[in-house]
Design a protein. Sequence first.
Length: 368
Amino acid sequence: MPLLQPEADIRLDRLIRNYEFIQSKIDSAKVMAVVKADAYGHGVIQISESLSEAGIHGFCVALVSEIRELIHADIHNPILHLGRISADELDVYESGQVRCTINSAEDMKILEDYSLQNSIRITAHLKIDTGMGRMGICYEELDSMMIKLSDSQHIVVEGVYSHFSTAEEKNTKYRDWQLKRFKKAVAQVRKNLPKVKYFHMANSAAILTCPESHFNMVRPGISLFGVTPLGKPHDHLLPVMRMKAPVTLIKEFNKGESVGYNRQYITKKNEKIAIIQAGYADGIPVELSNMGEVEIEGNIYPIVGKVSMDLVAILCRDLEIKIGQDAIFWGSDNMNLRLETLVGKYDKMPYEFLTCVTKRVKRNYIYE
């Protein structure tokens, strides 16, 4: 009897090919892979181990818990903490492996006090808000912050960075304005803090579309997993995750019978319906109800009725389906099941599909 549970094939060979393609786009710049949110649902330990073996420079995460997970797994690459520092968790920066982000003058004071009390030096990256409107010091604060940092005996500023708001949009006016501001900031930093090694701003979209933003470090996230935020698949990026679930039951329905919750699908004639062992509790979006498709053995089948917590129904049509066969929801080589295609159809972000895949979905780490 086949394993009757949803699974995600994580194709590590594709991950490495995507990384190598990104590296080819940025010359000698360093790559800091963004592996927050469990590496976008792919499994942070396995993904980080594979990328580390492939020679990647380091990793970016959002939470201190994610830092500790990497360290506990014996990942020795540099780690950049993108989030706000916490006075209760400053010990994580003591070894020098983890770089914190200075997002405010308050952050700097907390770091200064802690490092002075413990006779240590802390490595940091300074984030400048060039127009994203979230984390980072205000652009106008840069001059005063540089004075404070140049006077510091305990904070080593290794890098300075910013983040694009609209890098994936076709209209590049705002992106270009942000980049211009960051370039001006880089020039000021190089003059006043000459020991700063790294400058970085490019996310996945900017890596692919804006070479001027590469500087000497980049932060790819979703592109490593073979997906772009640009609205259409990229020829050189291959989807790493293949989300699938088995056919668990096949039933014959008479004309006029209903399928699933709220009777959202009524059979139009005598029809054969297959039930798939996956639902929204596994990360299958409810938006696929009566609209989505799956692929089985190269054939496409429509989803009928409402996506429920554990199950999805599909219309067999006149094709032969067997219990135990896998239905692929996304990640096949069929362009209709690439996430870039699905997000346009369902008005969702590709990040949602990946990061919402839950822990009860079995991950299979494979090389094809």
